[in-house]
Design a protein around this ligand. Structure first.
Ligand SMILES: O=c1ccn([C@@H]2O[C@H](COP(=O)(O)OP(=O)(O)O[C@H]3O[C@H](CO)[C@@H](O)[C@H](O)[C@H]3O)[C@@H](O)[C@H]2O)c(=O)[nH]1
Length: 417
């Protein structure tokens, strides 16, 4: 039987492309299907330089020129954009529809039949219309976990019916079991500050409504781990919901999406090797989120006062839009970098660290994270590989970085939302 083709289309962000690529590898390796991964030219170029020449994953460019949409030149990935421009990037993706239709049509002509399935990003439910035109099964792959995504879906879908008062400390979560409540300070900043007709609200509500056009939902989670979120989606969407996780980054995952690393792994490893087992705190807030300059200052002071060893991935603070710079000294207490270096207490890594390798090292002890789901899964899987998951110490702190607070508080072994 001829090989079936599966088309995948992630949003242009590391936190989306990386799990899509990992899922593509699993599909190709387990089921022998051919996978075509679509993205914009710069992202495809980066992926091409990473994938081996004999890779079973075919890369296909969808035309895109960021400056045509009022974005800075060459801004094809959220890692090249200040956060306030993310919505504009998201909005421009709707203009992909004719080109996407053209690409699917080319595939049909080339192969003499339609692809078996189109797996699209949570932000691209409009691809379902194209899939429908070609009679192709369509699924959304959300790289998040069930519970967190269900909270996100419920709160945005029920807003503004669910008005937030400034006095109530918490609210029931619509569609969840009665005992599930969300505290006001756990509600994402974008939602807490949203007006009924602001652009974010309109965009997110439209996207979530369009999820109903898809034939199914894939989540990067496992049934036993995530029953509440999975049940929520099965009830709300009334279509198949598959927990396909854990989808973990493929080897050399730190560079899987072509992200340049701020430090060579060999240097990082040498530094970690010099530390006792279970002693180093790793701090990173994923591929998009940043904290404010004042939070950076306070974190730096606390780290210094604690005397604990740490690796900190430093990105420009949220109010600084100079994303290309990695001027770490600018947002930290005077002399901080020099002091922690001379005491060998800390390793400051600009922009991007080899996270999976760091989490796998025996000296890594704790992870201060924004609880992006990839980070949660990577930490969980690496800790259990090392046999250190039961040591009783906090692996995560759920940290409100002003943007996303859904996630799990794994230190206490219970969910924080
Ligand atoms: O210095 C760094 C920083 C990140 N990473 C990797 O980048 C990914 C980051 O993913 P994640 O931890 O999930 O954070 P985000 O990049 O913020 O991911 C987005 O996508 C996730 C999955 O949909 C959501 O859970 C998050 O909330 C959303 O912000 C992980 O694979 C990390 O290993 C590195 O390798 N080095």
């Amino acid at each position: 039987m001829a090989t079936e083709n599966i088309v995948m289309f992630p949003f242009m962000a590391q936190g989306h492309i990386r799990p899509f690529l990992a899922l593509a590898h699993q599909i190709a390796a387990r089921y022998g299907h051919a996978v075509t991964l679509i993205n914009t030219p710069l992202n495809i170029n980066k992926l091409r330089s990473f994938l081996p020449p004999n890779s079973s994953i075919r890369l296909l460019e969808i035309p895109f020129c960021s400056s045509d949409h009022g974005l800075p030149p060459n801004s094809e990935n959220t890692d090249a954009l200040p956060y306030p421009l993310m919505l504009r990037l998201l909005q421009t993706t709707h203009s992909f529809k004719p080109s996407f239709r053209g690409l699917i049509s080319d595939i049909v002509h080339e192969q003499g039949r339609p692809p078996l399935c189109i797996i699209a990003d949570m932000f691209f439910p409009w691809t379902a219309e194209v899939a429908n035109e070609f009679g192709v099964f369509h699924a959304i792959f959300n790289a998040g976990g069930g519970y967190g995504m269900a909270v996100f879906h419920s709160l945005w879908s029920n807003f503004p019916r669910m008005r937030l008062s400034s006095t109530a400390p918490d609210y029931p979560i619509p569609g969840f079991p009665k005992s599930s409540r969300v505290q006001v300070n756990q509600i994402p900043y974008d939602l807490r500050t949203a007006e009924c007709f602001d652009s974010w609200t309109l965009f997110i509500k439209k996207v979530l409504r369009e999820w109903l056009d898809s034939d199914g939902l894939l989540l990067n989670t496992v049934e036993e781990f995530d029953p509440i979120g999975l049940t929520y989606f099965r009830q709300q969407l009334n279509r198949p919901v598959w927990p396909v996780g854990p989808i973990l980054p493929i080897e050399s995952g730190a560079r899987a999406a072509g992200q340049g690393t701020g430090i060579e792994w060999s240097l990082c490893k040498k530094w970690l090797d010099s530390k006792p087992p279970n002693s180093v705190l790793y701090i990173a807030f994923g591929s998009q989120a940043t904290i404010s300059a004042s939070q950076m200052m306070q974190l730096a002071m606390a780290l210094e006062a604690s005397g604990k060893d740490f690796i900190w991935v430093i990105k420009p603070p949220s109010e600084d839009d100079e994303v290309s710079k990695s001027n770490v000294g600018k947002w930290l207490p005077t002399g901080f970098e020099l002091r922690v270096q001379s005491l060998n207490q800390g390793l400051l890594v600009p922009n991007w660290a080899p996270q999976v390798q760091i989490l796998s090292h025996k000296s890594a002890s704790a992870f201060l994270s924004h609880c992006g789901w990839n980070s949660v899964l990577e930490a969980l899987s690496r800790r259990s590989v090392n046999g250190m998951a039961d040591d009783g110490r906090a692996t995560f702190q759920c940290k409100d970085v002003g943007r996303r607070v859904w996630g799990l508080h794994l230190g206490g072994g219970r969910e924080c939302l």
